[in-house]
Design a protein around this ligand. Structure first.
Ligand code: SF4
Length: 213
């Protein structure tokens, strides 16, 4: 689907969810977005923000985090899942950024992906939310909903990222992840999507199929 249906449904999602990032940790400095995104792995948004706020109120920079005691980091981020593992990673990431990049968070996906615990999706989130540069973070929500709507036909998030670059209009690249994540949390749930109250049902292959059934 590369016609203006794509543009129209994205316009509707922009009105529905807004274009300002919803989560606190995605509106901070690039370094804090990076650490916040590591905290967000397998953790709910509210818990991620709770951990990020506690951590950055005490240690807001790579300089301070690199020399912070690991147990103290773990205790501050207790609301995030896997907080012990994440505390070790956060300290290690901070040290690398300090030593290798003079305290500046790298702004390319390949460099970000060299950091411990940083995969492609996390790196892309840092590009979008930290640096406001074009990238397409694709997680299971983004992969699932894009396929349900019929924007793409893919089997894996990796394939989806490649295909989405071809169909998402340039103006919406930066917002696409946020729209899909919010839509997945609110309406297009993994099980029992609420198609009857979905604002983009008329543009969705799955929703239209259900209406016809
Ligand atoms: S119509 Fe249904 S399947 Fe399609 S996007 Fe909306 S909730 Fe999801």
């Amino acid at each position: 689907m590369t016609d203006n249906r794509t543009e129209r449904l994205l316009e509707i999602l922009a009105v529905t969810y807004g274009t300002r990032p919803w989560n606190w940790h995605t509106r901070q400095t690039p370094f804090q977005v990076l650490i916040g995104t590591v905290l967000s792995q397998r953790t709910r948004d509210e818990k991620t923000d709770e951990a990020a706020k506690a951590l950055f109120s005490r240690f807001p920079s790579p300089e301070l985090l690199a020399s912070a005691p690991e147990e103290e980091i773990a205790s501050l981020i207790r609301s995030a899942n896997y907080y012990n593992t994440k505390a070790a990673r956060i300290r290690e990431i901070s040290k690398i950024i300090l030593e290798k990049y003079s305290g500046n968070t790298p702004d390319t996906v390949p460099e970000l992906m060299q950091l411990p615990g940083v995969g492609r999706k996390t790196a892309a989130c840092v590009m979008v939310y930290g640096f406001r540069k074009k990238a397409l973070p694709v997680d299971t929500h983004v992969h699932r909903i894009s396929n349900r709507i019929g924007l793409i036909k893919t089997r894996t998030p990796e394939e989806s990222e490649k295909e989405l670059w071809k169909v998402v209009p340039e103006d919406y690249i930066m917002h696409y992840n946020e729209f899909m994540v919010k839509h997945g949390q609110n309406i297009c749930r993994p099980i029992s999507p609420r198609c009857h109250e979905c604002p983009i049902v008329e543009f969705c292959e799955y929703g239209l199929e259900r209406q016809r059934a």
